[in-house]
Design a protein around this ligand. Structure first.
Ligand code: AMP
Length: 212
């Protein structure tokens, strides 16, 4: 059972790398705090409404809300049985310290990507309205234009409301200021495995990176 943290700036490919991990460890639970917030927002839950104003600006949702949400998710049976990939958490020292009291971590995988690719990944990103599969107008178009590779529906594609130039600037600043210092925190614990994720990795390399 693996307990992994995926680390890197917005647009580093944490979601895509999570799918690559799930290809080799299908039962591992992917926990993306951004996805949980977006799901709550879509369903207009109190949590979603609370998170909305922060997400719109590219700022961090307050720690108490975020930490409790993650604690609840980590306590579920599927996680206890199959391990997890944390994607988008922790994002600052308070969150990392809270996490250290909840779980032992096997590895922190740091995804390195050049800044120009990050910007294109974010500004070109869109997803399928019915199944959420992610595409990119520069790098990863569906095989048949306008048709989702995964669910096959002839559908509209949607863009994340925070994938705009204005919000991206703030998200990258928040990453530099609050999140990046955690690399040192985890390096001191000898947990960090660093990879270049400009492109998808072959399966053999994915296994090596996650230690199976
Ligand atoms: P992401 O999908 O990881 O880029 O997250 C989208 C947005 O959700 C972020 O810009 C934050 O507003 C919020 N968010 C996601 N994860 C966290 C977190 N660990 N702490 C605080 N806010 C978060």
């Amino acid at each position: 059972m693996k307990k992994l943290i995926l680390f890197g700036p917005p647009g580093a490919g944490k979601g895509t790398f999570s799918s690559q991990i799930k290809d080799v460890l299908p039962d591992i639970v992917h926990i993306s705090t951004g996805d949980i917030f977006r799901e709550n927002l879509k369903n207009e839950t109190p949590l979603g409404l609370k998170a909305k104003s922060y997400m719109d600006k590219g700022e961090l949702v307050p720690d108490d809300v975020t930490i409790e949400m993650v604690r609840e998710r980590l306590n579920k049976e599927d996680v206890k049985k199959n391990g997890f990939i944390l994607d988008g958490f922790p994002r600052n020292t308070t969150q990392a310290e809270a996490l250290s009291k909840m779980q032992e971590i096997d590895r922190v995988i740091l995804l390195n990507v050049p800044r120009d690719i990050i910007i294109k990944r974010i500004l070109g990103r869109y997803s399928c309205l019915s199944c959420n599969e992610i595409y990119n107008k520069y790098f990863m178009k569906p095989k048949k234009e306008g048709i989702c590779d995964k669910c096959g529906s002839k559908i509209e594609f949607k863009q994340r409301p925070d994938d705009t130039e204005e919000t991206l600037k703030n998200r990258l600043e928040v990453y530099e200021k609050n999140t990046k210092p955690l690399i040192e925190y985890y390096k001191n614990q000898k947990l960090v495995k660093e990879i270049d994720y400009s492109n998808k990795l072959p399966e053999k390399k994915v296994k090596k990176v996650i230690g199976i």
